[in-house]
Each structure stands twice: as structure tokens, then as C-alpha cells.
Design a protein around this ligand. Structure first.
Ligand SMILES: [Ca+2]
Length: 332
């Protein structure tokens, strides 16, 4: 019986692989009816988060060898293996159906709503300033394990993003290196390590407007790393897949976007990073996505969700004003 089950799983995996390969060759899927414009903002009915829309279509995912070499040179690397650039191969065009993505990394405000509603008690490892940080409403919640991120998303009626959804929300469709374009990161673009490589700590979400992504999502480069829904595996047709075998095989969940703690070169939109599912650290958080049900765009619910944005933004503004960090870690 068990053998049959294993054969079934393998057959499903092979079929899935063949189907995925066939999709890349297929004609573009029909556009979704009544799709709103890029960046259309709603208040999500589940958790009250602001979400921005990423329309259906193809985008450029990953990088090829020539581009990774060029990227490495911009950060003074002679060899892209020093920063695991081979994990980003290959560059390809990927179709993603339309979806909403959280405008911000998940904040303590929303996390506390969840723990109050579910009585969930998180085991919080101690990090620099962690106790103080948790009191600040508009700071991103951390440290978060993979399961915690998924469970929150389920509770809210959302999901963790696939790697493709995350990368498209960060990068748009044109293959840019960073959410804002190809200009190298500065502290105006995001919350990155200090000039001398010293980490500080996460900052209030949305604190770097110049780093906004094409769909209007904030902090997709830097601040906290963000969990995706996927295991860290070589992409199909990666010519250097063998170099990833020591840590693939469903060993690690995939995180995206770099953080205030990792190097500035690690904040590009194609960069991938893996943590074991139960592993986390104080620079790890998440944001969720939502795939609306059929007919949503012509519904009264959609109209109301858009109309609710102005009032929700006012609430968030008030929360921002109350967040007064009192810690040496907020030196920057
Ligand atoms: Ca981030």
C-alpha cells in the first residue's frame, strides 16, 4: 500500500513537472474579467490589512549567468558563487494570475489581533530590542517561523505568496534588480545594514517611500526577510542545480527580499534565502497574498473594500504617531 502511495506521489510530481514545462510554452491565458489596475488598493475583509493589486500576466523571474555576473561586479564580487547567485538561474518569463499582496510586512498591530482571536502563544526567542519592538504597532512582527506565517495567513483567509507571486510583486514585469529599478540601494530605498555592515534593527513599515515597488508594496527590499509558501529548491532548468543539492530536498523554506541584518547586495528581487521550517530570527517576518474569488471585481464587497482605504490609512497614521521607540537600537 505504502509503495503504491509513493508511486502515486512520484507520478503526480512528474506530471506536475511536465505540466509546468508545457505551461511555459502555452499561449497566454485569457485575461481575468474586470481586472483592476496595478496598485489598486483595498482593505482586506479578513484582517484589515491594506492590500495592493498585481494584475494577471507574465513577468521576468530569476536572472541568467551574464546578468548575475554583472550584478556581482556592481557589488565588487569576482565570483557569483560567493553570494549564491546560481540559485537565481534561469531568467525566464512566468505567468502569474492576478492577486492582491499586503502593502506592508505584517505588523505587530495585526499579529496581536490574531493572537487575541486565536489565543495563540508564540514562543518568542529573544532578539535585540525584541520586547520593546513588540509594543510598537506599526513595526513588523518578528521573529516568525514558517508555520506561524502560514497559520496567520490561513486565519485571515489569505496565503503566503509563492516565490513567483512575491517576486512579481517586488519586481514588476521588466526584470529590474530592485523594486525601484536598477539604481544600487541607498538608505532612502530601504532598511538595510549600515554603511559599515553593522545591523541596526527593523524600522516602521513603509518608512522608505523611495523603495516602493511597481504595485505599491513597501519594504520588499530590506527591513525583514519574508517567508514564501515554497521550499528552497533549484528552479527547473537551472544549469547549476547540482550545487544546491546539499540543502534542497525540502530542507528549507524560502525567504525573500533581504533584511536590515543581511548584506545590501542581498536585497535584490531575485535573491533567495533558506531557513529550516522551525528556524527563525529577529530579521524574519512575512506578508500575505489574497486571490479574490470569481466575480469579486464587480461585487459590492470590492467597492466597499476600496472605499474603506482612506479611513484605514487614517487609523494607521494615528498608530504611527504613537510608536515612539525608546531603544539604543533605533540609532539610525
Ligand atoms: Ca521586507
Amino acid at each position: 500500500m505504502r509503495n503504491l502511495w509513493i508511486v502515486g506521489v512520484i507520478a503526480a510530481a512528474v506530471l506536475g513537472f511536465i505540466t509546468a514545462g508545457a505551461d511555459a510554452q502555452a499561449q497566454p491565458p485569457e485575461p481575468m474579467p474586470d481586472e483592476p489596475a496595478l496598485g489598486t488598493t483595498i482593505v482586506h475583509p479578513g484582517d484589515g490589512s491594506l492590500m495592493v493589486y498585481v494584475p494577471s500576466g507574465y513577468f521576468i523571474m530569476g536572472m541568467d549567468k551574464e546578468e548575475v555576473e554583472k550584478y556581482g561586479k556592481a557589488f565588487n564580487f569576482e565570483d557569483y558563487h560567493k553570494f549564491a547567485g546560481q540559485e537565481w538561474f534561469p531568467r525566464r518569463s512566468v505567468f502569474v494570475a492576478g492577486f492582491f499582496v499586503d502593502k506592508y510586512e505584517l505588523t505587530n498591530e495585526l499579529w496581536d489581533k490574531y493572537t487575541a482571536a486565536t489565543k495563540y502563544v508564540a514562543k518568542r526567542p529573544k532578539g535585540p530590542g525584541g520586547e520593546i519592538m513588540a509594543k510598537l504597532r506599526m513595526y513588523p512582527v518578528s521573529p516568525i517561523t514558517w508555520a506561524e506565517a502560514a497559520q496567520y495567513s490561513n486565519w485571515a483567509g489569505k496565503r503566503l505568496p509563492t516565490e513567483a507571486q512575491w517576486e512579481k510583486a517586488a519586481r514588476g514585469t521588466d526584470g529590474r534588480w530592485f523594486p525601484w529599478g536598477n539604481e544600487l540601494p541607498t538608505k532612502e530605498h530601504g532598511v538595510f545594514p549600515g554603511d559599515k555592515g553593522n545591523h541596526t534593527i527593523s524600522q516602521m513599515v513603509g518608512s522608505r517611500p523611495k523603495g516602493v515597488s511597481p504595485c505599491g508594496a513597501m519594504d520588499m527590499a530590506g527591513n525583514l526577510y519574508e517567508w514564501t509558501s515554497e521550499f528552497m529548491e533549484p528552479y527547473p532548468n537551472n544549469p547549476e542545480a547540482a550545487s544546491m543539492l546539499s540543502y534542497t530536498g525540502h530542507a528549507n523554506g524560502c525567504l525573500r527580499g533581504g533584511s536590515f541584518y543581511h548584506a545590501t547586495w542581498a536585497v535584490n528581487c531575485a535573491k533567495r534565502f533558506g531557513f529550516q521550517p522551525e528556524e527563525t530570527y529577529f530579521h524574519v517576518g512575512f506578508r500575505a497574498v489574497w486571490e479574490p474569488p470569481a466575480g469579486y471585481f464587480t461585487s459590492e464587497a470590492f467597492k466597499k473594500a476600496k472605499e474603506a482605504v482612506a479611513a484605514r490609512e487614517k487609523e494607521l497614521e494615528a498608530l504611527r504617531k504613537n510608536d515612539v521607540p525608546e531603544s539604543p537600537y533605533w540609532a539610525r
